[in-house]
Design a protein. Sequence first.
Length: 415
Amino acid sequence: MKVLLIGSGGREHALASALIRDTTVEQLHVAPGNPGIAGIAICHPVDIRENKAILELAKKLSVDLVVIGPEGPLVNALADELRKANIATFGPSKAAAQLEGSKHFAKQVMRDAGVPTGKSFTCTNRAEIERALDAFGAPYVVKHDGLAQGKGVVVTQDRAMAIEHALLAKQVVIEEFLDGSEVSLFGISDGTTIIAMQPAQDFKRALDGDLGPNTGGMGAYSPLPWAPDDIMQEVLEKVLNPTIKEMAASGTPFVGLLYAGLALTTKGLKVIEFNVRFGDPETQVLAPRLKTPLGQLLLAAATGKLENFGALDWSEQSAVTVVLASEGYPNSSEIGKEISAIETNPNSFVFHAGTQLVDGALLSNGGRVLAITGLGTDLTQARDAAYRTISRISLPGSHYRSDIALNASVAEKGN
Ligand code: AMP
Ligand code: GLY
């Protein structure tokens, strides 16, 4: 089959490398891609905000499947346009993408579907905001209702700061604080059947020890040796299945990847957020471990054929991803700096996230520049592989966390 993948980040590079391992994928096209992806697929310089341009490209290439990476085009109705033209598409409609596009919508669906999540109030003015903050007390959790590129959520002890953040948006969701470990667990859905992927954990804060500001994600690992054995089953029963059932019943079936961001609280698991696409950087640990042919899986989801697809097949190996970020990230990012000395070896992948080629030189082109994934028989070995590779890459001013999967690897060794 011919596949067209939309996006240009580390997530898309990891998806592309899994797609080309699928022997039924004869041609992989990516729009727009990046210099790393260009090494393994055919890239097309298209602005992904232009649905028409992507539709034209998909038709011109006569692709059998379009896979949409980022949330922007999903919320912008790209999947609707492609399906109208009878092109099999992995990614939800604009209406279903509201599970990520509106925190208020997601809360309503969870309430209607009986999915466990934190209590919350949706507020549109100062009086409502103050009432909601005081109802829960500190730490305060304030979320802008719409897409905010990772900047919409503030968790703070400071009431004045919580109010200030809330007043920046027309509508906010104020939520009770959820304690406990966070887990990212993805389901692949064809609208009526959903298959759970193995769980991963993401590191959201910029600095070691979970300090510093929230980022798009500084690293990830999978599997989670400390997670309950039945976590996939429990999340399927309590979260993924009820959610897609509710979406189908309300006339907005969800076809694509449903990302459940979970907190394992003392009162059981609760959904912190939904996303409607593969996570970044979780995909950089999951894609290298997935043995099931990815193209066939996503095509089956896009064409309503998951019921008989069977369970996914995973490598026994552990994977750890460490993100190399630009100077100043996440507050600002210095771009255009030269990256050198990238070496890969069989135990590590270097996924490009924000890079560009200028006159033959590889330059940084975003906050998150590279995502380095190491593989090994356990998390300790996977960490070693990732950190060995990242420590040899040079990018002036760059930084990365040194403690990705550290606690989990120590606990795993102790068992
Ligand atoms: P979100 O964009 O909803 O994933 O939020 C970003 C991050 O903020 C999450 O990964 C959590 O670390 C934190 N967060 C969000 N909601 C809550 C909550 N109710 N309680 C505690 N932390 C939260
Ligand atoms: N890793 C967080 C996200 O993809 O939103």
